[in-house]
Design a protein around this ligand. Structure first.
Ligand SMILES: Nc1ncnc2c1ncn2[C@@H]1O[C@H](COP(=O)(O)OP(=O)(O)OP(=O)(O)O)[C@@H](O)[C@H]1O
Length: 752
């Protein structure tokens, strides 16, 4: 079926579900449907008896639309494989009592490969399947238990005023961790982050043209700026400029590092190719002190954006270092002072400490041969940030941290609290303008001077900053973060640009450093902000942006009626089914090779919306013998290390001991961990158990699996009916390769 007919099927379903002028209640989508009928659900699916779930021909009319849709998602023309992926899932022949819910799980794989559950092997039913080393691994602990993972440390209280992503700065006078137990959501009752309010219909589009640069019909490039360094085809995304990492344009040390990371035949991903072609500077054009550039890198989750922006930054730093040492080998080093301030030449900002640590590891690995010094500020979390902190008091080339942490290092611990106190004093005196300035809103020149030069604690100097990268730019420039982010950017400008010019009358920002923004999703609000604030921004986007990775399968599991208990049971069953399938695959493989089966147990990331839900599901699974780590909000996070995610993250950090088979295989969390984290290849499943706040949230949660070309599955649990149907349809649409662009109903999917 062609894209228009898929679109039609989608529209038909949505309109039929919600009726004329209906509004989809699940907040993911908004539409104005007008069709009037949706086929009634056929009863009796998943009834008793082996192999329950009707054959395709018996599927009730309610599934026609979905069956058609699932055909769309199966690019393979092989009828056998596609029918296998369309067919409602059958129970394993392992027998036991019929499980109506399991039988109704439908796999809408786009791959068309036979689902592992179709393999016959003498395995127990999912209900009782134990999975990896039951009972031996680290378990989630109850809130009162202060030992080990999951012990509440009262951290939520510290961050109660802040976005879920960033717990700095600490406010010690805040509420104790007991608040956590009350089951408040991620931010103590506030929405986790504001992108949560962006419906799919609000996704950004390039103004003036509704078509993507990747459509076949030769679109205009719209608002996307033309970079004279890129040839036209590359600019429009029709071809990718590089198929190999080569030297030049990259310095040999970086090419070697890439080969070390990805093998001798390492090839750049689309976004990396665009970055290497468009941003990387070569010998003789290191651009120190010249005109500063501004770039946006946009690509789907797991597509290698981190390396895409690190390469140009690191290469530029290295080239500048070389040319400086050639021209002035007698330049004094800042390390001659006893406790010199850090004077980074590049700052990389991320919304969470976990992501900051991961990015620092990427940067360190890439700099292995070219020898650049990388410092992650989150490592210093373990100790108070005294000026004498030996951990950080040395020269660095690249500094990685959250905006709050960088500001804290600049201005001293507790600066935020001091400013809040000052606010209150001044408010009493009626000076509200001053209060706004202090909060970072419209920071004026005087405030910039104060912040950039005299306000610090002497631990960080921003004078040398040549590059700033804002990773997860849609979070760091969203309403919850933008004040802090802009305060930091202003501070860098102020440090680098004395005497201060008068503020520009326009909103456009002309920074004194090179800026790279990186994101997998661009809500309209961000796009609008970028257009006004960074009019000369060059936007480089991969063809797959705003799509699920092509290697990610989507699956919908209907939840039965019966409240939380029934929901928990369904989730548990699906977890056991994952491991049952792992076992079957191992048995099958072993049978062919005449060996003992050694299952590769899949790891599963389970996303819920609220901390309380994380806690209750973790407790339920714990009780049922499913080892898991529960991490909601600040709960379970470890200061200064990613130890709490050991076994789930791809291991680049040599300081972490290798994951063991006795580690938990299930991580339950909120959107806190949905951003940027590079989970291990063994994380083959993402479970979305609560309705995501919006499409952006869905894309990031789902994108924790199926990364870097690996296969993964996102399993959406929802009630059959309106919300659930739309969730499923949304997954399907986002998974569809055929819908490269265009609108569906009122959903604008043509983003870039
Ligand atoms: N050229 C490449 N070849 C093979 N693997 C790569 C390549 N580039 C990056 N990777 C791997 O892809 C994975 C994902 O990379 P990265 O975390 O940068 O993705 P991302 O696009 O930033 O994802 P997200 O949007 O979720 O933040 C990493 O494990 C990385 O090592």
């Amino acid at each position: 079926m062609s894209a228009p007919s898929l679109r039609h099927a989608f529209e038909t379903s949505v309109k039929a579900l919600y009726g004329p002028n209906g509004r989809i209640p699940c907040r993911l989508l908004h539409t104005t449907p007008s069709l009037n009928a949706y086929p009634t659900k056929k009863k009796g699916r998943g009834g008793a008896g082996a192999g329950a779930g009707p054959p395709k021909s018996e599927a009730g009319p309610s599934y026609t639309a979905r069956t058609q849709l699932s055909k769309e998602f199966t690019p393979s023309s092989s009828s056998s494989s596609s029918s296998s992926s369309r067919r409602p899932r059958r129970r394993s022949s392992g027998g036991g009592g019929e499980d109506p819910t399991a039988a109704r799980i439908r796999d809408f794989s786009r791959e068309g490969a036979p689902h592992p559950s179709s393999l016959s092997s003498p395995t127990p039913p999912s209900e009782n399947f134990d999975g990896p080393e039951k009972g031996t691994f680290r378990r989630w602990r109850s809130p009162g238990n202060k030992s080990g993972i999951g012990s509440g440390q009262g951290l939520l209280g510290r961050a109660h005023r802040r976005n879920i992503f960033d717990r700095s700065p600490a406010r010690t006078s805040s509420a104790p961790g007991g608040k956590y137990a009350s089951g408040r959501n991620d931010t103590g009752g506030k929405p986790a982050y504001r992108t949560g309010t962006t419906p799919i219909s609000s996704f950004a589009r390039a103004p003036s043209t509704s078509t993507s640069p990747y459509t076949k019909n030769e679109p205009e490039f719209g608002a996307w700026k033309t970079n004279p360094n890129l040839d036209d085809d590359v600019q429009r995304g029709r071809i990718l400029p590089e198929t190999q990492f080569t030297s030049p344009p990259l310095l040999p040390g970086f090419v070697d590092a890439l080969k070390g990371m990805f093998g001798e035949k390492a090839r750049p991903t689309a976004v990396q190719a665009l970055s290497v072609q468009g941003i990387v500077r070569q010998e003789g054009e290191e651009g120190g002190g010249g005109e500063k550039t501004q770039h946006l890198l946009a690509a789907e989750t797991g597509s290698g954006k981190s390396i895409a922006y690190l390469l140009p930054v690191l290469q530029s730093l290295k080239l500048a270092e070389r040319s400086r040492s050639e021209s002035d080998s007698s330049q004094p080093s800042s390390s001659t002072r006893k406790n010199p301030p850090m004077a980074p030449r590049a700052i990389i900002l991320a919304p969470t400490h976990e992501l900051a640590r991961q990015l620092a590891q990427f940067a360190k690995t890439l700099s292995h041969h070219e020898k650049l010094r990388v410092q992650c500020l989150s490592r210093a979390n373990v100790r108070n940030s005294d000026a004498s902190d030996g951990d950080v008091a040395h020269d660095v080339d690249v500094l990685v941290g959250t905006p709050m942490k960088v500001l804290e290092t600049l201005k001293g611990r507790g600066w935020w609290d001091r400013e809040i106190d000052q606010e209150h004093d001044e408010e009493e005196g009626g000076d509200r303008r001053r209060r706004r300035e202090r909060k970072g809103v419209n920071v004026d020149v005087e405030a910039q001077a104060e912040l950039g030069t005299g306000g610090g604690e002497g631990r960080l100097s921003l004078e040398r900053v040549e590059w700033v990268v804002i990773d997860e730019a849609d979070v760091l420039l969203d309403p919850d973060f933008i004040k802090t982010t802009n305060l930091l950017l202003s501070s860098i400008d102020a440090s680098r640009r004395p005497p201060f010019p008068s503020p520009s009358p326009s909103e456009a920002k002309d920074h004194t450093f090179n800026l790279i923004l990186s994101t997998a999703t661009i809500p309209t609000s961000l796009s609008t902000y970028l257009s006004t604030t960074y009019p000369s921004l060059t936007r480089l986007a991969s063809p797959g942006v705003h799509r699920l990775p092509t290697t990610l399968r989507t699956e919908f599991v209907p939840l039965p009626d019966g409240g939380l208990g029934a929901k928990n049971r369904t989730i548990e069953r699906r977890i056991r089914q994952v491991w049952e399938n792992d076992y079957k695959l191992a048995v099958d493989r072993a049978r062919k090779a005449n060996l003992r089966p050694v299952p590769q147990w899949s790891k599963i990331i389970v996303f819920a919306n609220k901390n309380g839900r994380v806690e209750s599901l973790a407790a339920y699974l714990e009780e049922k013998g499913v080892g898991c780590v529960g991490m909601g909000g600040e709960r379970g996070r470890v200061w200064g290390s990613n130890r709490h995610l050991k076994g789930f993250l791809r291991e680049l950090d040599p300081s972490l001991s290798p994951a063991s088979s006795t580690d938990p295989h299930v991580l339950i969390t909120t959107s806190l961990l949905s951003r940027g984290l590079d989970f291990a290849p063994s994380v083959r499943y993402v479970f979305i158990t609560d309705e995501p706040r919006n499409t952006v949230d869905f894309l990031h949660r789902a994108g924790r699996s199926g990364r870097a070309g690996l296969e993964g599955t996102v399993v959406v649990f929802a009630k059959e009916g309106k919300g659930g149907e739309v969730m499923f349809l949304l997954c399907s649409v986002l998974a569809s390769d055929e819908l490269a662009t265009g609108s569906i109903g009122s959903f604008e999917l043509s983003v870039l």
